[in-house]
Design a protein. Structure first.
Length: 91
């Protein structure tokens, strides 16, 4: 898998709630409560398992979820990360 350049990453993130943080894509969710945050984390985990591409998930506070996506084996952001981000957005 090939690393994406800055323009490809910017284009892939356009009109989304994802942002770039160095070599990762990041999205924050604020949900209704802890149960909703855990349900969202579990839904993301199911998609990630299907794609065999696993983000870092952080449930924090009582209703927040942060996702960080990167293709660690390539050392940065690839199309695989953008694909996972789109799948998460479709949940």
């Amino acid at each position: 898998m090939t690393l994406l350049d800055d323009g490809q990453i910017a284009a892939g993130l356009a009109d989304t709630q994802w942002r770039r943080d160095g070599d990762e894509l990041v999205r924050d969710f604020e949900l209704d409560d802890f149960d909703a945050a855990m349900a969202k984390a579990n839904a993301v985990a199911a998609v990630a398992q299907q794609l065999d591409h696993h983000p870092d998930l952080l449930v924090h506070g009582w209703n927040k979820l942060t996702l960080r996506v990167s293709t660690h084996s390539e050392g940065g952001i690839t199309q695989r990360d953008l694909d996972l981000a789109r799948q998460v957005d479709a949940l």
